[in-house]
Design a protein around this ligand. Structure first.
Ligand code: ZN
Length: 132
């Protein structure tokens, strides 16, 4: 079963903790055991799992990606002017998978699931697919 929810981002680059929404979909789909796939159907947004305890980690990830991928480059050809966002989305990826046991996401103590916005602000869709 696949369901979805929306996330409104507020900055051009931002990581939004969506763990609670993903858990809510797992609960709503009545999944007790299996594997959940979290997928973003976008080309300038991504999804990742990383530390949620210290917000500086997300800030450093976004800063590190900005250091790797320049906002402007004479090499870019894409006329929309957001090539950096497309490159960052490809580096981070469009999906993650998390095991579910006892109806709960089996994340590590410090792990959270994040939507990564690279060309916001805008509304994004997150798909949650539960398979066994
Ligand atoms: Zn584009």
């Amino acid at each position: 079963m696949t369901s979805e929810f929306s996330v409104t981002t507020r900055q051009r680059s931002q990581m939004v903790d969506i763990t609670a929404q993903v858990q809510a979909e797992v609960t709503r789909q009545n999944c007790q055991q299996g594997l959940v796939t979290v997928f973003v159907p976008h080309t300038t947004a991504a999804v990742t799992i990383n530390e949620g305890a210290d917000p500086d980690v997300c800030s450093d990830i976004l800063g590190g990606l900005a250091g790797l991928v320049p906002l402007r480059s004479p090499e870019y050809r894409h006329s929309e002017g957001n090539s950096d966002a497309h490159i960052k989305a490809t580096l981070v990826g469009a999906s993650v998978q998390v095991p579910v046991a006892g109806g709960r996401l089996k994340l590590g103590t410090w792990q959270r699931i994040f939507l990564c916005e690279f060309d916001g602000p805008r509304s994004r869709t997150v798909l949650v697919h539960v398979g066994s």
